[in-house]
Design a protein. Structure first.
Length: 91
């Protein structure tokens, strides 16, 4: 896994055929352009998650975001706070 900081209009070259161009964005949103041959299957992770047939399939999909290694008591608190935010009881 490679994590980069990029400026607008910079790009990543993957092999000879694939180019990923950073078009800009904000704190939580990113715009990219993928230039790849039609033979390559380029799909957003959200589409793959939505097409998973069951919860078990969805749970087996890789998740590419940092999950802090916290002690169990802090993980439970974080889940409770996130659930409260979703319900609208906090904030």
């Amino acid at each position: 896994m490679l994590r980069l900081t990029m400026s607008t209009e910079e790009y990543l070259q993957i092999g000879e055929e694939v180019k990923i161009v950073f078009l800009g964005g904000s704190k939580n949103h990113l715009r990219i352009m993928v230039d790849a041959p039609k033979e390559y299957n380029v799909v957003r992770s959200k589409v793959i998650e939505n097409n998973a047939k069951s919860e078990e399939e969805r749970a087996q999909l890789p998740h590419y975001y940092a999950v802090p290694d916290l002690p169990e008591k802090y993980r439970r608190k974080r889940i409770m706070v996130n659930d409260s935010l979703k319900k609208g009881t906090i904030g």
